[in-house]
Design a protein around this ligand. Structure first.
Ligand SMILES: [Zn+2]
Length: 291
């Protein structure tokens, strides 16, 4: 999903269509969502003649007007795909996103059309659906190319890799997706040292246990997302992509977060408390070194 602050007011009704919601869904919900999506797409196929297509190696952009800039979207999507796959250590041999399995990007001609097709709330400007590997947005959205597109592609790559079997904390799912948005990554990295120094942060334990989608305090939600980015940044920059890949692989194989961390980080991070402690020291060190 897209706008950080807006995630606050998400109601349970809209969440099941989004990829981030899957981390907490039960199998029953999962089946329900499948049905919804199948129904939705068989419905839209009646208007299929209106969609034009621009095809690339891993994506097909569906659009109605040239103002949607399909060639530019495709060019950037392929660049993001390679960068994100590299950052997350997504297996290179995977051809999951090629040919008929390419990700479909739908650029709706108006906000109304987007809402009618996806059932998203008024504040939403984009969404990804894991089940049919699609991304939806609106052709007039200025944030799409630089923010929404890399964010949603990251959700799809991450979940493609990690699956739904393991215990993936929401901060990891969102942290990874936002970490791939350059502006948000920079903002989080520069804000976090002062927040940690002042003690204005959540513990990683509570970050792992709270359901931010039910949170109504905007400041707390903003903090949740910034801390999530900072933790992902710490893990990748301090221990490298291969350890992060191992962490994802262990989660994919059904390990809990702490056990997966112990395996991936060879016992240098044995539990959430230790992650919290080491992350804080790292953030404070980065403050000193930048002074
Ligand atoms: Zn998201």
């Amino acid at each position: 999903m897209v706008r950080i602050k807006d995630r606050l007011v998400v109601s349970g009704k809209t969440l099941p269509l989004t990829i981030k919601s899957f981390s907490v869904l039960t199998t029953r919900w999962f089946l329900f969502v499948t049905t919804c999506l199948i129904m939705f797409f068989s419905f839209t196929s009646a208007h299929a003649q209106e969609w034009k297509e621009e095809k690339g190696d891993h994506f097909i952009v569906h659009y109605m007007n040239d103002a949607a800039r399909p060639k530019e979207i495709l060019r950037k999507a392929e660049i993001y795909y390679n960068k994100i796959a590299e950052d997350l250590g997504y297996p290179r041999y995977s051809n999951f996103w090629q040919w008929e399995k390419r990700v479909k990007i739908y650029i709706h001609p108006s906000k109304e059309a987007f809402q009618a097709a996806t059932g998203q709330p008024v504040w939403s400007h984009g969404m990804a659906s894991y089940l049919d590997k699609s991304i939806h947005s609106i052709e007039t959205n200025d944030n799409f190319l630089d923010a929404i597109l890399p964010h949603e592609i990251t959700h799809l790559v991450f979940r493609d890799f990690v699956g739904f079997k393991g215990e993936v904390a929401l901060w990891m799912d969102e942290g990874v997706a936002q970490w791939e948005e350059d502006d948000k990554r920079e903002a989080a990295i520069s804000a976090m040292p002062d927040l940690v120094a002042r003690g204005d942060t959540l513990t990683t334990q509570s970050l792992t246990s709270i359901d931010v989608r039910r949170e109504t305090d905007p400041a707390k939600v903003r903090l949740f997302y910034m801390q999530a980015i900072s933790l992902v940044d710490y893990l990748i920059k301090n221990y490298g992509t291969s350890s992060f890949t191992n962490l994802c692989r262990e989660l994919r194989d059904g390990k809990g977060l702490e056990e997966a961390m112990r395996i991936a980080y060879s016992n240098s991070i044995r539990n959430i408390e230790e992650l919290d402690d080491k992350w804080r020291k790292y953030v404070l060190r980065s403050k000193k070194s930048s002074q």
